[in-house]
Design a protein. Structure first.
Ligand code: HEC
Length: 112
């Protein structure tokens, strides 16, 4: 990979090829928080979902719905998403890039 990028740079003699080097398409064009939530979170975190039902065991039901919470510190959301939390699976950077993660965490906090 590295060799072919170097070769490409050598052949074209320009830095134009650089943005593609080792960067996935989603880093260049991150999915919106709405899109990520709808496709990766909603099936567990909407009303009645597994995540919502699990959270409702240790907090009021209204707060168990993430979209209605409004007090989720972004740093906490990022921590939970990268490491998982008990029965919640972790998301690695190929599933959710750092940019998408930060945007999503900020969006969740800003909702209320
Ligand atoms: C497969 C189901 C599932 C998916 C998908 C999922 N979660 Fe979860 N999530 C859970 C469960 C279950 C919990 C509760 C874990 C526990 O406390 O045992 C949880 C907990 C959380 C918490 C912690 C809330 C708190 O008050 O402690 C956050 C934040 C969270 N999820 C965010 C997300 C986001 C954002 C996504 C999408 C990127 C997501 N989750 C995707 C199942 C899921």
């Amino acid at each position: 990979m590295k060799r072919s990028v170097t070769l490409a740079l050598w052949i074209t003699g320009s830095a134009v090829a650089l943005p593609a080097a080792g960067t996935s398409a989603s880093d260049i064009d991150p999915r919106s928080p709405e899109q990520v939530f709808a496709t990766r979170c909603a099936y567990c975190h909407e009303a009645g979902g597994w995540g919502t039902r699990t959270l409702a065991r240790r907090m009021p039901e209204s707060e168990a719905i993430l979209l209605e919470r409004g007090n989720l510190p972004p740093a906490y959301t990022e921590y939970v998403l990268r490491r998982g939390l008990r029965s919640m699976p972790a998301f690695n950077p190929s599933e959710l890039t750092d940019t998408e993660l930060q945007n999503l965490a900020q969006w969740l906090e800003d909702r209320n």
